[in-house]
Design a protein around this ligand. Structure first.
Ligand code: NDP
Length: 246
């Protein structure tokens, strides 16, 4: 698309082989960005990049690993000449009640969401600070706003992402780098398909708009924050939840 909202920008999206990350990468590419599709499984990232087209590249990366994320940022800059947009989206769930949750379940979720986002912000900031411009979008969750039973690990990580977003936004604002977060509500993806159907139905019934969201509806908010339409916004948290928990 010529005249797109992120025309000519270089973007990196983590966890982009499927679900919300894939839709974000696709939407950014539709609006003129060159996109690095980053995921744990390089083959799935490659298939997603081929599907997206528009010069999208695929990178295998574990966001919990410092070297892996730094290499992905460096490879994106090598390939595209810059890094203008980073979307920290990769995620996992390991739901269990406090009675049943193991320390390993807590640590795995904190590692992917909180440490992974921090590593991504740090690596991208070092490039964007030098360039004097950039937009970082972190994917939090309404679970981090309200706390969900069975998700003490996930809610903690997603709330932590809000604090991280605001602290990084304050550090980087004077360098022209914006850092914002999106809090999706209940969105139809593989992650929510894993929920017991009765829990999904109960959550859906509590949404004022009376339906779960689509990944494309999250991607729209991310595109806005990635683009210059949001040029005076930093440290903001946009809720994309059909009015849930407003
Ligand atoms: P999916 O499970 O569909 O996709 C997540 C992607 O992240 C997968 O491709 C997964 O790869 C990848 N990933 C997992 N761990 C890592 C890692 N260590 N390094 C790199 N990539 C990794 O999830 P969604 O699309 O539903 O969720 C995307 C984001 O949105 C997450 O941060 C999630 O917490 C958040 N979110 C989702 C909501 C929903 O209702 N779906 C609601 C609120 C927030 P693989 O499959 O190979 O493990």
């Amino acid at each position: 698309m010529s005249g797109g909202l992120v025309e000519g920008k270089a973007a990196l999206v983590t966890g982009a082989a499927q679900g919300i990350g894939f839709e974000i990468a696709r939407r950014l590419a539709e609006h003129g960005a060159r996109v690095a599709v980053v995921d744990l499984d390089r083959d799935r990232a490659r298939a997603a990049a081929a599907d997206i087209g528009g010069g999208a590249i695929a990178l295998g990366c574990d966001v919990t690993d410092e070297t892996s994320i730094e290499e992905s940022v460096a490879a994106t800059v090598r390939e595209f000449g810059s890094l203008d947009v980073l979307v920290n989206n990769a995620g996992i769930t390991r739901d269990a009640s406090l009675r049943k949750m193991r320390v390993a379940d807590f640590e795995a979720v904190i590692a992917v969401h909180l440490k992974g986002t921090w590593l991504g912000v740090r690596a991208a900031a070092s490039v964007m600070r030098e360039a004097g411009a950039g937009s970082i979008v972190n994917i939090s969750s309404l679970s981090g706003k309200s706390g969900n039973p069975g998700q003490t690990n996930y809610s903690a990580a997603k709330a932590g992402i809000v604090g991280l977003t605001k602290a990084a936004a304050k550090e980087l604002a004077h360098k022209g780098v914006r850092v914002n977060a999106v809090q999706p509500g209940l969105i139809r993806t593989a992650m929510t398909e894993a929920m017991p159907p009765e829990v999904f139905a109960e959550r859906e019934a509590a949404i004022p708009m009376k339906r779960a969201g689509d990944p494309a509806e999250v991607a729209g908010a991310v595109l806005f924050l990635a683009s210059d339409l949001s040029s005076y916004m930093t440290g903001a948290v946009l809720e994309v939840g059909g009015g849930r928990l407003m």
